[in-house]
Design a binder for this molecule. Structure first.
Ligand code: NDP
Length: 296
């Protein structure tokens, strides 16, 4: 059996096209342009790349992009003052503070300073609580993208056994909440889980968010299971030349594809969906702010 490839890149393009279409309609009918403000503190090269591509895609779907670049030594009070200003700005519907922040800044203090209705990353404590209690929330982009791919591929997830490997606040925990919301029987595995191989072998859905290159071998995957690989790991690729590297996921793709019914590739799986969901969340925030019908 060779797994069907879940093409996150193509799916993300359709999500962005729908967002662009909706943005065009509200511009035309209401004269409102959704706006996303991204705050980058310091000059972490990976964050720099993410912020640039977020800005580019925001503009591509017809939204306004506001980038705020602050020096690494920015005082907490100054960052909080900027967030306050963005909270009060009616042209800004979504606010994203790029993580990680430099060490001297208190991440949860900063995130919880964002107005929850503009918290398009879904990390504010109020959105975390709302998601956990099944209330309308801003949902974290990466797990939301995973859920959309699962629903698109499987239809109803009701009653399926799902294993999430990883319990981080940004991926593992919200992913588990979303799967529970769709009536899966959810197991959350982590570094202390016993007999992880057996736990994963029972799963109809495997979401791997571990942060270790090709950590999940193919023989852990049940025949026909759906595998969502969140991991992004850079490994050496001497076959491409000296000093070259390539990206791999948390799942051994070549092996897992022999057992899985469907699997997301890395790159081209979860990654593109994350940014598409950020744009979708910004549009949702804008519609909620103006009392307009929300995108489906
Ligand atoms: P974290 O490092 O915050 O969490 C990793 C989790 O994996 C932890 O819960 C940890 O357990 C668990 N873990 C580590 N080692 C093992 C092990 N040996 N067995 C079982 N579980 C283990 O990572 P993130 O959640 O932030 O990210 C996970 C991956 O997803 C990374 O590769 C990251 O780059 C990628 N990512 C991709 C995104 C995308 O857009 N595609 C977005 C965000 C992240 P414990 O809690 O016990 O330490």
């Amino acid at each position: 059996m060779t797994a069907q490839i879940i093409d996150g890149k193509a799916f993300a393009a359709t999500v962005r096209a729908k967002v662009a279409d909706h943005v065009a309609r509200i511009k035309e009918a209401q004269n409102i342009t959704p706006g996303l403000a991204v705050v980058l503190v310091g000059d972490d090269p990976a964050s720099e790349v993410y912020v640039r591509s977020k800005g580019k895609l925001t503009v591509e779907v017809g939204m306004n992009s506001y980038e705020h670049r602050l020096p690494a030594e920015t005082a907490e009070a100054d960052l909080l003052a900027l967030i306050e200003q963005l909270n009060a700005d009616s042209d800004v519907h979504g606010i994203l503070v790029q993580l990680p922040l430099p060490k001297h800044l208190d991440e949860s203090l900063v995130i919880n300073a964002i107005a929850p209705e503009k918290d398009v990353d879904g990390f504010h404590i109020s959105n975390v609580g709302r998601l956990a209690t099944g209330q309308k929330a801003m949902v974290p982009c990466t797990p939301l993208g995973c859920l959309m791919m699962l629903r698109d591929h499987l239809g109803s997830l009701s009653g399926l056994n799902a294993v999430v490997i990883g319990r981080s606040n940004i991926v593992g925990k919200p992913m588990a909440q979303l799967l529970l919301g769709d009536s899966c029987t959810v197991t959350v595995a982590h570094s202390r889980t016993k007999d992880l191989a057996d736990v994963v072998r029972r799963a109809d859905i495997v979401v791997a968010a571990v942060g270790r290159a090709e950590f999940v071998p193919g023989d852990w995957i049940k025949k026909g299971a759906t595998v969502i690989d969140v991991g992004i790991n850079r490994v050496a690729a001497p076959e491409k030349g000296e000093g070259k590297s390539r990206l791999v996921g948390d799942v051994n793709y070549a092996q897992a594809a022999q057992n899985a019914g469907a699997i997301t590739p890395v790159p081209g799986g979860v990654g593109p969906m994350t940014i598409a969901c950020l744009l979708a969340n910004t549009l949702t925030a804008c519609c909620r702010a103006h009392g307009l019908a929300e995108p489906k």
